[in-house]
Design a protein around this ligand. Sequence first.
Ligand SMILES: [Zn+2]
Length: 175
Amino acid sequence: MPALSVIKYGDPILRRKTAPVAAVTDATRHREDMLETMYEESGMGLAANQVGLDMNFMVTDISHVEEDEYPRMFVNPEIVDREGSTDLEEGCLSVPEIRATITRAEKVLLHYQDEDGADREDWFDGLLSRVIQHEVDHLNGILFTDYLTPAKRGLINKRLAEIAATGAPSTGIIL
Ligand SMILES: [Zn+2]
């Protein structure tokens, strides 16, 4: 069993902007449980509100894809600049069995505090940039399905309603 349970589409906490974290230690005490839950669910990123915490922080780990990566925590993250544009298929632990190609920035400049409380501003690219943009959206109440065209949204509305009702859609889909 994961340490925490992942909240699914339909819960209003996924639609609210999370509260700023006043002290980094308030976030770090959830770090291990968040990472464990993310690994159990085979995710690459997890936002605090996905496990019911109204706090502006997230964890990522893409080390299974990129060798030099490691588990990271970003507290009070804010994207302050973006460069380029790229398409990639995304999924979401809160929106199970629905995948869609989404256009996002190629690189992002992120302002945040790290798990030691240091104030940082770093550029990220590649897969980590993608994961960061997805998770920062979560912390602001935005889901990847919000970017779909009305026509594609029409294809998943029934599935979203099923997730809200039962936690899973009757069939998966890749858009
Ligand atoms: Zn997600």
